[in-house]
Ligand binder design. Structure first.
Ligand SMILES: Nc1ncnc2c1ncn2[C@@H]1O[C@H](COP(=O)(O)OP(=O)(O)OP(=O)(O)O)[C@@H](O)[C@H]1O
Ligand SMILES: Nc1ncnc2c1ncn2[C@@H]1O[C@H](COP(=O)(O)OP(=O)(O)OP(=O)(O)O)[C@@H](O)[C@H]1O
Ligand SMILES: [Mg+2]
Ligand SMILES: [Mg+2]
Lengths: 256, 256
């Protein structure tokens, strides 16, 4: 059975998509079979893996509303061992369309349960909100990885997110655990990053992963080439950090 | 009648809240009477203006669902001439609660129509999505200001946002116009910023404002002090840019 990991945080621009793309690539690079589900109508994870908007059907919208199976929606990416279910803006309509469906929170869970055995890991990139799409991801998932940008506003939303995870565990998905919180865009040139890191360590203790992802311009250059930064510039500090993150998560999975 | 400006972009972390807080402060600093409506359940604009979470009721949730009037929900900020309707996480519930209300898109419009005459400008900070809260802001507004981060993913979502603005103008709010797009977090040390700026100028022409907001660490330090960067460090490059933005928008309003 695949281990399913939701990458979530309602704060915008904290590195959810960048973490989803590069963690998935790093896991594939060590031989794991990985599926990335793009559950954000912006479709940034699909773009960052080189999928043109016209080459995404059937997509995660079709999967969630039950119009396409996982076998039909999965497609290969340029990364060996990494498949994707892409996203288009159609996904923005799902929230309203499913509002009367009593199982609207379980749509993704049901779609993955029917066919995710082919992969060892499924990663889900979530949109910046705690609406129906993110609830679907948390209901389908075994664990949650929370990217935390080293900024004041990002720290503020964390307790709200942890409460939401707890609520989903209590009502929809009893197996849901917090895999960890990972600091992103850490800039050692400015004090704020270290202040946020210290606060996060204080509040989170062992839930804060030891891998820290540094701010690194090569990361933001990579999407315009349709490649993960791990392929765009393997030796840059962010690529090294994402490879370390994959190793840390695999170690933690083995012991849990 | 107050001019109502929605600050919107579904891409996360592009500088919506930072622009809302500092543009509102710059307008108040030149003697305009300004109201900022925080329409994001994260409540970052409220935090950035020093409002403790316990001191926000009645809030924008109460305003939108009709439980409180504008007169009851408005409160003073530390900036003379700038009032706010604050936000708490309660606002996250509005989307589902209003789903059966035929006037769910007009709730904010109706609340502001009944009492916004006291201010010359109303600015609305939107969450990172194109859901009901952002639709409410676009329906209540005369114009939209779009912060555009100088990053590849941010550019990708722009055409979707412009289509949504057009759709709201055609169906819900015929007076809605695009006031302009403003580049944020421009970093002259990296080529990507200039590439994005060039692309944006090419696609947008005169819709791209000439003021560019530079990336500047003082901006991200200010919220932890509960102050706009204009009060935290008036002479830093970002404060100067936000003052210029206010002047540019006032100039454009006069000629339109
Ligand atoms: N370590 C990093 N160094 C430099 N830039 C980064 C880094 N991580 C992410 N970025 C850039 O920051 C921006 C935001 O990252 P990303 O889009 O991954 O965040 P997100 O949380 O998925 O955003 P959204 O909330 O819109 O889904 C992107 O332009 C990305 O390229
Ligand atoms: N010019 C700037 N220079 C440096 N940092 C900035 C600048 N503008 C914004 N920031 C920082 O970047 C982060 C994102 O900005 P902000 O929260 O204003 O974006 P947003 O679009 O409102 O995010 P969300 O989509 O979550 O609502 C914040 O931590 C903010 O302090
Ligand atoms: Mg994303
Ligand atoms: Mg914001």
């Amino acid at each position: 059975r695949a281990r399913i990991l939701a990458i979530a945080n309602q704060k915008g621009g904290v590195g959810k998509t960048t973490t989803a793309i590069n963690l998935a690539t790093a896991l594939a690079a060590v031989g794991r079979r990985v599926l990335l589900v793009d559950l954000d109508p912006q479709g940034n994870a699909s773009t960052g893996l080189g999928l043109a908007p016209s080459a995404r059907a059937p997509d995660s919208y079709d999967l969630v509303i039950g119009r396409a199976s996982l076998a039909a929606a999965r497609r290969r990416t340029l990364v060996p061992g990494l498949d994707i279910v892409a996203a288009t803006n159609d996904l923005a309509g799902a929230e309203v369309e499913l509002v009367d469906d009593p199982r609207r929170g379980f749509r993704l869970h049901d779609a993955l349960a029917a066919g995710a055995g082919e992969w060892q890991h499924v990663l889900i990139d979530c949109p910046p909100s705690l609406g129906l799409l993110t609830v679907n991801a948390l209901t389908a998932a075994d664990g949650v990885l929370v990217p935390l940008q080293c900024e004041f506003f990002a720290l503020e939303g964390l307790s709200q997110l942890l409460r939401t995870i707890e609520r989903v565990r209590a009502s929809l998905n009893p197996r849901l655990t917090l895999n960890g919180v990972v600091l992103t865009m850490y800039d050692r040139r400015n004090n704020l990053s270290e202040q946020v890191a210290r606060d996060a360590r204080h509040h989170l203790g062992g839930r804060l992963l030891s891998t820290v992802i540094p701010r690194n311009v090569r990361v933001s250059e990579a999407p315009s080439h349709g490649k993960p930064v791990l392929l765009y510039d393997l030796r840059c500090p962010a690529s090294v950090a994402y490879a370390q993150l994959a190793a840390e998560l695999l170690r933690r999975e083995r012991v849990s």
